[in-house]
Design a binder for this molecule. Structure first.
Ligand code: SAM
Length: 227
């Protein structure tokens, strides 16, 4: 986790440009995540963004749900500082610097979301216990959605996922940078799980209406509701 924290502390200022170059259809993926939130626009929904980064998703939620009470949580102080700048027009956003594994909820949330962060949880059991904690801390009717990097169901499908990811990146960064920087970083820091397994875990935990609402090879938006 120290490596992950260091990475994002160092990358914070450039993060918003980097992510668009590296993650296929990032804006579309985020739109799908926000679109999945099923509440009325005026409701004062309680939302937490786990691994909020520079606050891109939180800001979109605030724009769509102006009365929402949003907590932005991230391990990296510099990412939180960027989020504060991005959302400086709002005075009702809470910011927490913490590891989402250690974080203790102080009451139920209506929406728990995460984007490109939970794949940093190392083992399947860590991801499952995060999903359980999310479920336990949602209000009835509340939703959990994750936009993340995933694995294909077998080696062949995962090879295609990787090819399509590299194809996307190659439009924006050099092959040398892809092969010597971003792919090694991926193998060093990222621990994605098979999407199909994660769907099963969510259902086993008790989430209903579990679904994949957006997917492009290695990227997917998925989650479900509590009741
Ligand atoms: C790739 S960035 C994504 C940021 C943002 N969610 C987005 O989609 O633009 C991953 C973020 O997750 C944070 N992160 C990774 N592991 C974390 C953990 N265990 N607890 C809290 N934040 C974590 C990193 O610090 C980083 O800001």
């Amino acid at each position: 986790m120290d490596k992950v924290k260091k990475h994002f502390e160092e990358e914070a200022e450039e993060f918003d440009q980097i992510i668009l170059r590296l993650i296929p259809f990032y804006a579309e993926m985020i739109d799908a995540l926000v679109l999945a939130i099923p509440f009325e626009k005026i409701r004062p929904i309680k939302v937490i963004d786990m691994g909020c980064g520079t606050g891109t998703i939180a800001k979109k939620i605030k724009e769509k749900f102006p009365n929402s009470k949003i907590t932005c949580l991230d391990l990296a102080e510099n990412m939180i500082e960027m989020a504060k700048i991005k959302m400086q027009e709002y005075d009702d956003i809470s910011y927490i610097v913490n590891d989402f594994c250690n974080f203790k909820f102080d009451g139920e949330c209506d929406v728990i979301i995460s984007s490109l962060a939970l794949h940093h949880l190392v083992a399947d059991k860590d991801k499952k216990s995060f999903y359980r904690k999310a479920f336990d801390n949602l209000s009835d009717g509340g939703v959990f959605y994750n936009a993340d990097v995933v694995l294909g169901s077998n080696a062949y499908l995962e090879t295609i996922n990787m090819l399509k990811w590299k194809e996307f990146m190659s439009k924006n960064v050099s092959l040398e940078e892809i092969e010597n920087k971003w792919i090694p970083k991926y193998y060093e820091e990222d621990r994605p799980a098979r999407l199909i397994d994660q769907i099963k875990w969510l259902e086993e935990i008790g989430f209903v209406a579990v679904d994949v609402i957006w997917k492009y090879y290695k990227g997917a938006v998925y989650g479900g509701s509590k009741k």
